[in-house]
Design a protein around this ligand. Structure first.
Ligand code: GLU
Length: 287
């Protein structure tokens, strides 16, 4: 099967070092396999969106030599596909409506028994939760090795569609990985524990399961994940080489010393790219 990889940023801020690592890592894996590299803007959560950041991320990537092979897919345009997936889950009786308030949820802890702990309220829209079975989901991560998770214990009956009508990351990700024909998901290790939920959704929706390769996470000096929402310093598209070199180094890959621009640096790195050299563990990147 032809390799199709992707980079799927959320528009919650400017591109920073941690997101550049995921972008470069997924690009290298795709190109190394002779495959295609796609983009997906995960703009399904307007309350968390930072205005202008989707456009800024899409504009920054080519400055780092990262050009996608197809136009970016925007999740904000994909409501019909998510509606269809929810309808299928309803048909399968795999979801249930939930009217619990925040305070009820805080008092009760995660739902685990396949039904709402509160009373139906015909005047309010419910959230929709997936009934999680008491099963172990196992998969073999290409970098982190064999993984197992008891879905009910760890994830509980997780939300598929929120009260406000917004779809969850888990559902949208699974529907769109299938829609984009993704064969390998390369992303940060912070999403390793989301993967069993996604695999279970693929199973229910009869979608193919891609391979997974979870990259080490860039941490700040305090050991916290660098993220757009914790105000990690953005990388500078006007001066891409230093950040690109750091990202390659973080991924255990040598970078050419004499590259004149970002494309040359990536092309040189690709020639010597070896996925076996990517370190498993998260590292520290002092900002
Ligand atoms: N949108 C997610 C993020 O920016 C990544 C999702 C994924 O790669 O599956 O953290």
């Amino acid at each position: 099967m032809d390799y199709r990889g992707r980079y799927a940023p959320s528009p919650t801020g400017l591109l920073h070092f941690g997101s550049l690592v995921a972008a470069v890592g997924s690009w290298l894996c795709a190109r190394h396999a002779g495959g295609r590299w796609l983009l997906r803007m995960e703009d399904i959560d307007p309350p968390r969106e930072v205005p202008g950041s989707a456009a800024a991320i899409l504009a920054a990537l080519p400055a780092f030599g990262l050009a996608a092979d197809e136009p970016a897919l925007h999740q904000s345009q994909r409501g019909t596909a998510y509606d269809a997936a929810l309808a299928r889950l309803l048909e399968l009786d795999a979801v249930f409506p939930c009217w619990c308030s925040r305070s009820e949820l805080a008092a009760l802890g995660p739902h685990r028994d396949g039904r709402c702990a509160s009373q139906p309220d015909p005047n309010r829209e419910p959230a929709w939760r997936l009934r999680t079975p008491d099963i172990e989901i196992a998969f073999d991560d290409a970098l982190q090795g064999p993984q197992r998770q008891n879905l009910r214990e760890t994830a509980g009956d997780f939300v598929i569609r929120r009260v406000e009508g917004l779809y969850s990351y888990q559902l949208a990700c699974v529907v769109d990985d299938a829609h984009q024909g993704i064969t390998e998901v390369v992303r940060g290790c912070d999403l390793l524990d989301s993967t069993p939920r996604q695999i279970y959704l693929q199973h229910l929706l009869d979608l193919p399961r891609p391979r997974y390769r979870h990259l080490p996470l860039a941490l700040d000096a305090q050991g916290r994940k660098l993220s757009k929402s914790t105000q990690a310093l953005p990388v500078d598209p006007a001066d891409p080489l230093p950040a690109l070199r750091h990202a390659l180094d973080f991924l255990g890959q040598p970078s050419p010393a004499d590259a004149g621009d970002a494309q040359e640096m990536l092309a040189g790195a690709l020639l010597r790219f070896d996925p076996e050299r990517i370190p498993q563990r998260s590292g520290c990147f002092v900002i």
